[in-house]
Design a protein around this ligand. Sequence first.
Ligand code: SAH
Ligand code: SF4
Length: 359
Amino acid sequence: MEALIKNINADCKLLAAILDCSSDSLLKSLINQAAKIKKKYCGNIVYLRGLIEYSNICRKNCHYCGIRKDNKTIVRYTVTEDEVINTAKLAYEKNYGSIIIQSGERNNKEFVKSIDKLIRRIKQVSNGKLGITLSVGEQSYDIYKMWYNSGAHRFLLRIESSDEELYKKIHPDDEIHSFINRLKALENLKKAGYQTGTGVMIGLPFQTSEHLAKDLLFMKDFDIDMCGMGPYLEHHKTPMWRYRHSLKPQKERFNLTLKMVALLRILMKDINIAATTAMQTIESGDRIKAIQAGANVLMPNITPAQYRDNYFLYENKPKTFEAPEDHLPHLEAGLKKINHSIGFGIWGDSKHFFNKNRQ
Ligand code: SAH
Ligand code: SF4
C-alpha cells in the first residue's frame, strides 16, 4: 500500500482502500507526501481569513446543523453593519490580508442588500486591500455576480456530500434543500468569476469510505480552487442526534479528515485547503496537524464576542473571544515550529485558479 502512495491517482477503489486502512505508518507517509507537494507548489505559507460569523438566522433545516431554522432554542442574531466594519478594520490593522463572511442562508432582498453594502464598505475602509471570501449559501447567479462586482472574489459553498443519496439523507426532501440546486449554485459561482471552494463533512452517519473517495474525485472533476472540509460533529438539537451512537469516535473522524486533506493535496497540488474550525474542536492544536497534512489556510474567528455563543453549529465549538489558539502571535509561534510562516497582508489567492485560467 505504501509504495502506491507515490503514485496516487484518481482511482476510486484505491482512494477508498487508503481511507479504510488504519495503519499509522500509512497516515505518516501520506502526510509526508502531501507536505512535500504543498511546499513545492504553494510554499510553506499559511494565509489568514478572519472569520466573521455574520448571522445565525437561516431559512434552511439541514438535519445536522445547530442553527437550522427549526431549532427554537437559540437566540438569533445579526451582527450590525458598523460592528462588521469595525471588525474588518481591526483585521486590516492586524494585517490579516483577507476576511470571510459566513452566515445562515437567507435570500430576501434585505439580506442580499446588506451583504452587498458590507462588501462595498469593507473595500472602502481598507483601501481595496482586504480580500473578501463569502460563505452565505445558495443564491441566484445575478446575486452572486452583483456581490462579485462589489468586491467579493472567493466563495465557499460545501457540497456537504457529493453522493446524491447521502445528501438526501442528511437534508429535508424539498426544493430549498435540493442537491441539483446546490450543484447549480456551484456552477454559477464559477461562472460569476469567483475562486470557488467546496467541501464535505467527514464521519457522517451512513457515510462509507467509497463516499469519501467519490467526494475527492468530485472535487477534482469539478476543478475547485479551494476546499474547506471538516469532521461532522453531532448537535443535540438536530434530527441527526439520534444517530450519535453509530458514529466513529471523534478522534477517528479527525484522523480521517487529516487523510482526506493529505489525499486532496496530492490530487490537487495548487489549490487552497483550509484547516477548519471543526478540526480544532476535537483537540486544541489540531489545526496545526491539518497544516502539516497539506492545508494552507487558517480562519481565526474574529466575530464580536457577544455573538459567539449563538453561532452554535455543533457541540463544543470553541466560543471564547480570541481563543488563545486564534491569537496571532500564538499561531505564528505554533506554525514556526513546523517551519511555516503566516502570509501577512496578502490575499493568499488560490494558485490553481490562476494556473488553470492561464492554460
Ligand atoms: N449557511 C451556509 C454557510 C454556513 S454553514 C451554508 O450552509 O453553506 C457552514 C458549514 O458548517 C456547512 O457547510 C456545514 O458543512 C458545516 N456544519 C454545519 N453543521 C455541522 C455539524 N454538525 N458538524 C460539522 N460541520 C457542520
Ligand atoms: Fe443553514 Fe448552512 Fe446550517 Fe444548513 S448548514 S441549516 S444552510 S447555516
